[in-house]
Design a protein around this ligand. Structure first.
Ligand SMILES: Cc1cc2nc3c(=O)[nH]c(=O)nc-3n(C[C@H](O)[C@H](O)[C@H](O)COP(=O)(O)OP(=O)(O)OC[C@H]3O[C@@H](n4cnc5c(N)ncnc54)[C@H](O)[C@@H]3O)c2cc1C
Length: 355
């Protein structure tokens, strides 16, 4: 049994945690599936060549891993050192992941995905990838812990991270009033005052969505005009529940230790400080894909998201696939990331079969 962290997820540093005990040997289901698939064995020697390395262990990474492992491809997962399990380990209840009618805590959901991946024989390494060499038929993945993996295929699922305000209270009240996702958490603030921070399309989209739930929605923006498209601004202005606090920044998020009660705002032109009641604070100032380690080896869009070929998960580099929030900056949900992880596994499997 591996050590687990406070989220119940195996701890960083538990480098080769998959064990024969968690392999498919005990699962008749897995044995049946793997028996049908011709497995190309890893070449053993100084540096074995794996079939496939999955980078990242969020919903996209673990779903890809479950499919690849059930196909008998013995995937290696480089899960990340700091946040194995991905973004959901930082949240409380997830109410919209199908199959859990009573909701499930984010860390529990990710632990179950991890166990499901291990059950079929995935090998999980709790380390960060710091560089890759994606050229040629055999790719190399370099980890910060100095391990390196060679593989015929690579699936990148490194997600994205939300930009933070970096103000007092933001971290303390994460999951207890501070949120980065209206679709995920808006429901929890029915009849309560809400603040949305940001001035782009996504901030106004979040505000319009949240106006269905909150008693009021105040959009706080640091400039005197929005970056958002004209139509989004018009829609937000037309909504009676939405107010605007322009030229203002959040100085702190305040509460009673268990939940948020207000935000302190500062007008950037006058310097005046005001306190605005709020039980929900939604921060919508953008997100950044975790793709810097690719160092130009995969084509990215202008905001750093990995480009894939149409509805597939194929990148322009043969044998390299990408899925989840590091590709998709539109849907950004656990289930959509998981679905894309499934597609990446099937694309990678087809590539390995044909190569
Ligand atoms: C607070 C919060 C609450 C949310 N609530 C919900 C919700 O209720 N419902 C919902 O559907 N969605 C929710 N979301 C969104 C959801 O979490 C994401 O859409 C989903 O996790 C994306 O999955 P992913 O696998 O693409 O990436 P992530 O979950 O971001 O996982 C990325 C993985 O890549 C790893 N990684 C990153 N860089 C490296 C590297 N260099 N080397 C190795 N590993 C690396 C990370 O450690 C992590 O394991 C929430 C998000 C947040 C932040």
């Amino acid at each position: 049994m591996s050590e687990t962290n406070i989220f119940g997820i195996a701890a960083p540093g538990d480098a080769t945690q998959a064990s024969p005990a968690s392999s498919p040997a005990s699962s008749s289901d897995a044995t049946d599936v793997t028996a049908q698939v011709a497995v190309r064995p890893a070449e053993h020697g100084a540096a074995a060549v794996e079939n496939v390395v999955v980078i990242g262990s969020g919903p996209a990474g673990y779903t890809a891993t479950i499919y690849l492992a059930r196909a008998g491809l013995k995937p290696v997962v480089v899960a990340g050192a700091l946040t194995p399990g991905g973004q959901l380990v930082n949240t409380t209840e997830v109410e919209n992941f199908p199959g859990f009618p009573d909701g499930i805590m984010g860390p529990d959901l990710m632990e179950q995905m991890q166990r499901q991946a291990e059950r079929f024989g995935a090998r999980i390494v709790f380390d960060d990838v710091e560089a890759v060499d994606l050229n040629g038929d055999v790719k190399t993945v370099y980890c910060s812990g100095k391990q390196e993996f060679r593989a015929r295929a690579v699936v990148v699922t490194t997600g994205s991270s939300y930009r933070h305000l970096d103000v007092p209270g933001e971290i303390d009240y994460g999951g207890r009033g501070v949120s980065f996702c209206a679709t995920c958490d808006g429901f929890f603030f029915r009849g309560k005052p809400i603040v949305v921070v940001g001035g782009g399309d996504s901030a106004l989209e979040e505000a319009l969505f949240l106006a269905r739930f909150g008693s009021s929605v105040a959009v706080v923006h640091r400039r005197d005009e929005f970056r958002a498209s004209k139509i989004m601004v018009e829609r937000a202005v037309a909504d009676d529940k939405i107010d605007f606090v322009m030229d203002s920044v959040v100085e702190s998020i305040n509460g009673n230790d268990s939940s948020v009660e207000s935000v302190t705002l500062r007008n950037v032109k006058t310097g005046e400080e005001t306190v605005l009641p709020a039980n929900g604070v939604f921060i919508a100032i953008g997100h950044e894909p975790c793709t810097a380690f690719l160092d130009g080896q995969l084509p990215l869009n202008e905001r750093g998201y990995i480009l894939v070929d149409g509805a597939s998960t194929r990148t322009s580099v043969p044998g390299v696939f990408a899925a989840g929030d590091c590709v998709d900056d539109t849907y950004m949900q656990a289930i959509s990331a998981a679905g894309m992880g499934c597609r990446a596994a099937l694309d990678a499997q087809r590539y390995l079969d044909e190569a």
